[in-house]
Ligand binder design. Structure first.
Ligand SMILES: [Fe+2]
Length: 494
């Protein structure tokens, strides 16, 4: 028997009356003033408890063995949650002690029951309060997580997936989804184990189609169904009844899609707090998508500016047309082979495209000189990596691409420029660009000489491995070269 805290009350009343008291529920005794039973009266209590449960009213029975039994149902939230039993063993009563009057016992039991029910009521209130506080805490926790993600400028499908999982775990739903018809990257569904739907995306699509086909105005931007069985439109979508909430993801009147929660647990309804939370999250998603779009537009704008910059440089040098793009292509092939991640590939991409951007400050007479350069002219040419780094340094977005530009003429043995660093001291991205740049410089025409064949280019690259170029990267280059990728790409660009 688990202590329920009522033992003291029952013992107290037992001391001031000839009765003994117990509280029972459907499973057995839960509280007793005294479990010792020398006169074997307690054996009659299970039957008595069951009968009081059945009639849900006060019951007085005189037992054939001369014990008097009394019972009164105990109510918790309008249903019988237990029974209060009292017994009096008349066969062993002490002389002089009066039999209790049934009416008096009923009054006494009603008083004790009142105390117990009051205590239960208080417990219920405190449980509700704790649950609400708990939920508020969960909502706050979830919201703070969302807010942190929303700060990012570059929203991704992984982030939306993480967000949906957070919602599912925090508000205990069977399914959480985001559906954005024009943005498949942001359309995700996360499901709990209870969900047994074969085609989840098809199901969510028909759910949203039904929302849009319903005659509701949806002015407030959300749609709630608390029991699908009440609606012809929704009951046909799933064999079991369900409840769900779908909130529009909108920003500045641009409609992006729907954020939704779905549950098969029909013991509960969609709460106002859940609606508020989902509306806030959908608003934040709308903002972040708008920001991400803006960011991508700016990024595209930046790419176009850089591309026109490259065209400008190459227009100055009649012989190097397409050089930057060819170097960029070979660099990207090397990056792929090296397994460089997406973020770093982006950085390397810009370094490769812009590696010769500093040539913009070099006179055309030097760039296009048909004879060998003198020392002064060569000195001027050697300034282009530094100039390139200076040109892109005001652009914060390209800051990580600077080392690749600045050091693409360093040599592996330390004899290059501008810093004369060697080996691993040279940033990896600069070493990669250097391989691509060297191959293209050898194989393309220059003002003072014809370009060598690809075979010759390949041979020279291998000759300078370890002196000018990183030997490990040359090995990677050889692998790509043998797969003929460079041939194909070079031909396409040329
Ligand atoms: Fe260069």
């Amino acid at each position: 028997m688990k202590s329920t805290g009522f033992e003291e009350i029952l013992s107290g009343f037992s001391k001031i009356s000839p009765l003994k008291f117990e509280i029972w529920n459907e499973k057995g005794v839960v509280s007793s003033c005294d479990l010792e039973d020398p006169y074997k009266v307690r054996q009659f209590l299970p039957g008595m408890a069951a009968r009081v449960y059945a009639i849900e009213d006060f019951l007085h029975e005189k037992n054939p063995k001369a014990s008097e039994l009394f019972g009164l149902p105990l109510f918790n939230e309008d249903s019988v949650a237990g029974v209060l039993l009292a017994y009096f063993d008349s066969s062993h009563s002490t002389a002089g002690k009066d039999f209790p009057d049934t009416k008096d016992v009923k009054v006494l039991l009603t008083k004790i029951a009142g105390l117990i029910e009051e205590r239960w009521e208080m417990q219920n209130e405190s449980d509700t309060l704790i649950t609400e506080l708990d939920k508020s805490y969960e909502s706050l926790h979830l919201y703070s997580n969302v807010a942190t993600q929303i700060k990012t400028l570059n929203f991704s499908s992984q982030m939306i997936l993480h967000l949906l999982n957070e919602i599912k775990d925090n508000i205990r739903m069977d399914m959480v989804f985001s559906i954005m018809p024009d943005r498949p990257d942001y359309s995700e569904i996360v499901c709990g184990e209870e969900i047994n739907i074969k085609d989840e995306s098809g199901f969510v699509a028909s759910l949203i189609k039904s929302v849009e086909n319903s005659n509701k105005e949806l002015d407030e931007g959300y749609f709630i169904v608390n029991n699908s069985a009440d609606s012809k439109l929704f009951s046909k979508l799933h064999k079991d009844p369900f409840r769900f909430l779908a909130v529009k993801i909108v920003h500045n009147e641009n409609f992006f899609g729907w954020l939704g929660i779905f549950s098969l647990n029909m013991d509960d309804i969609i709460k106002r707090s859940e609606l508020r939370l989902l509306v806030s999250i959908a608003e934040q998603i709308g903002v972040v998508i708008a920001n991400t779009d803006l960011y991508h537009n700016l990024e595209d704008f930046g790419i176009n500016i850089v591309k026109s910059l490259i065209v400008t440089i190459e227009a100055k040098d009649v012989y190097t047309g397409g050089h930057s793009e060819r170097v960029h292509h070979i660099t990207m092939l090397l990056a792929k082979e090296l397994g460089i991640n997406e973020k770093d590939t982006k950085i390397l991409n810009w370094s490769a495209l812009l590696h010769d951007v500093g040539k913009i400050g070099i006179p055309e007479s030097i760039l296009n000189k048909p004879s060998r350069l003198d020392d002064k002219e060569y000195k001027a040419i050697k300034k282009h990596p530094l100039k390139g780094a200076e040109i892109i340094s005001p652009l914060e977005y390209l800051s990580e691409s600077i080392p690749g530009v600045l050091h693409h003429h360093e040599a592996y043995d330390g004899t290059g420029y501008p810093s004369r660093i060697k080996g691993e001291q040279i940033p990896l991205f600069a070493r990669i660009i250097s391989v691509a740049d060297t191959f293209d410089a050898i194989t393309s025409d220059r003002a003072y000489r014809k370009g060598a064949s690809f075979e010759k280019g390949y041979a020279i690259i291998n000759e300078v491995a370890g002196t000018q170029l990183d030997p490990d990267l040359v090995q990677i280059f050889n692998g790509i070269y043998k797969k003929s990728k460079i041939w194909q790409i070079q031909r396409q660009i040329i």
